[in-house]
Design a protein around this ligand. Sequence first.
Ligand SMILES: [Zn+2]
Length: 259
Amino acid sequence: MISQILNGHEQGFWVITDGSQIWLNQGELPHGKAHEFNLTNCEAFVVGEYGTSPVWLVTQTRSSGMYSPRQLLDTDIELFQLIGKAVQLSEFHTSHRFCGYCSTIMHPSRTEWAMLCHNKACRQRYYPQIAPSIIVAIRREDKILLAKHTKHRNDIYTVLAGFVEVGERVEQAVSREVKEECGIEIKNIRYVSSQPWPFPHSLMLAFMADYAQGEILCDTKEILHADWYDTHSLPNLPPYGTIARRLIEDTLVLCRNDN
Ligand SMILES: [Zn+2]
């Protein structure tokens, strides 16, 4: 939370980001001393440690070599999570330079990840926004529901997902999204796991559920096609390392047991 001005000799991993894209050194997250990446005299925050190396955040835009953090999805999950944290904090700092109540310039807190308004008559405190979203795998006996989303490139079929709406319980969001996107009703909704997802500031809450009733009727704005698949006829699935793939694999185990 306390930023420092780099003298050039600090070492570690460097997340050089504008809050959406990050700078990669020949496709890799830069690792080494600050001066090797022209970071001397830049302001930096330590966002965590990976192994014995600190992971630094530097908010900076470079004219070339900026990529989506998706390029690093193959990275070890612990490091990818710290990269995501840095990207989100950078976006938070950039989008909270001024107080929304009184327009005064704000500064990062020295004790927590927050931005503080220094206007004595205001003193608002802002925290990074986290948008909860749900992702759910649905089983019907020995089959899993998989859908081709309009926003996905390639020919990938995956589980259903969507954002939790204001004033809504997470379980309600699961049922609502499934009903809206595919027209069916579900039961036995079980929480499985979570994954921070920095695109741009989501926290994905993963569930498994069972089919209850209804016929598939896709919302064509979001879903191009959806169907029930058994383990012998699977379409192209999302890559390993994503929470979607984990949900699919866990559900396929149940499908096989139902056979
Ligand atoms: Zn203020």
